[in-house]
Design a binder for this molecule. Structure first.
Ligand SMILES: [Zn+2]
Length: 337
């Protein structure tokens, strides 16, 4: 099975009311961890790479690792998605490389920091949709501005400065034709999301529910949705780390989102925490070891465990074999109709 369109994956998720985790990668071990988790739980999967990841791993390494994943697990529908494309040019280069889905984040200017105007966002996103759909590639847009910084991308702040306006979301979708829409509802990137367990006054779930009611055909995306469990923080701190106490997005809130149109959930921090904790443990408990495999293997295993758990919690587990993936050419024909 070739790399598949995210649109089809999310359409299938919508039919059966489940969510799909989108996990970030920079290297081989992370791709392996996700594929092992997907294979174990029989899950369709979205693997995403940011601009930072593409620079770190170099496009060609990344692409060929994804092809290897695809070849090794032909039974798993696999999407390769660009996370937070900052310009039309970045999205174009991803499509040319072979990504089957791209995010054009026009909520910020190309510097990835400065909030943009609505008109700018519509214009760049529309341009990417035209280019991508002609090739059968999916497009995720963003309306409202997320908090925190992820790979140098984000406006900073708490994420409550620019919560998505439902009227703007409706207008944005009508003007751009995006397949999926990232919303700002108070989540933010990175580990330090909330200083206490977030309740309804922090996470604007009622806003999300309202947007889904008005845009039932659009797949909603939750960014910055690591749960940052205390158990993962504790491992890091037990073995010499210095994380400050912090809270992420509770899984119950994500599940509430999934019941209300959320189809893609971005998770990165939880995997970073799991890997770092596992590596620290090896370093502290067996300081005589120096073979990278001695710590990368437990790191990969720790990430696999988190990913498999999220796949089960989001409901995608068991759905890998539900449908026959369409080729990007077939998707392009669907868009043309
Ligand atoms: Zn994000």
């Amino acid at each position: 099975m070739p790399l598949v369109s995210m649109r089809q994956l999310l359409d299938e998720a919508a039919k059966k009311n489940y969510g799909v985790g989108a996990f970030n990668v920079n290297d081989m071990e992370q791709i392996q961890a996700i594929m092992e988790a997907a294979s174990e739980t029989k899950s369709p999967v979205i693997i995403q790479a940011s601009r930072g990841a593409r620079a770190y791993s170099q496009d060609k390494y990344l692409y060929h690792l994804m092809l290897a994943a695809n070849e090794l697990y032909p039974e798993i529908p696999l999407v390769m998605h660009l996370d937070h494309g900052n310009s039309v040019e970045t999205c174009k280069s991803a499509i040319e490389l072979g990504f089957t889905s791209v995010m054009m984040d026009g909520s910020l200017m190309a510097d990835g920091k400065t909030p943009s105007s609505f008109d700018y966002n519509v214009q760049v996103t529309r341009e990417v949709v035209e280019m991508a759909h002609a090739k059968g590639v999916t497009v995720e847009g963003e309306i409202g501005v997320l908090g925190g910084i992820e790979d140098g991308h984000g406006a900073g702040g708490t994420g409550l400065e620019h919560v998505t306006d439902p009227d703007q979301a409706v207008e944005f979708v009508a003007k751009t034709g995006v397949d999926a829409l990232a919303l700002a509802i108070g989540t933010s990137h990175g580990a330090y999301k909330f200083s206490k367990k977030p309740d309804g006054s922090v996470l604007k779930m009622e806003r999300l529910i309202e947007i889904h009611r008005r845009l039932p055909g659009v797949h909603l995306v939750m960014h910055g949705s690591s749960s940052v469990p205390k158990s993962l923080q504790d491992v890091i701190n037990k073995y010499g780390g210095k994380l400050k106490e912090t809270w992420g997005v509770p899984v119950e809130e994500i599940q509430l989102g999934i019941r209300n149109g959320v189809r893609k959930i971005n998770v990165d921090t939880d995997n970073r925490l799991a890997m770092t904790g596992a590596i620290r443990k090896v370093f502290v408990e067996t300081p005589e070891k120096f073979d990278p495999r001695d710590y990368l293997k437990p790191a990969r295993e720790a990430m696999k465990k988190v990913v498999a758990e999220r796949m089960t919690q989001f409901g995608q587990a068991g759905h890998a074999g539900d449908y026959q993936p369409l080729s990007l050419d077939e998707m392009a024909r669907c868009y043309a109709r």
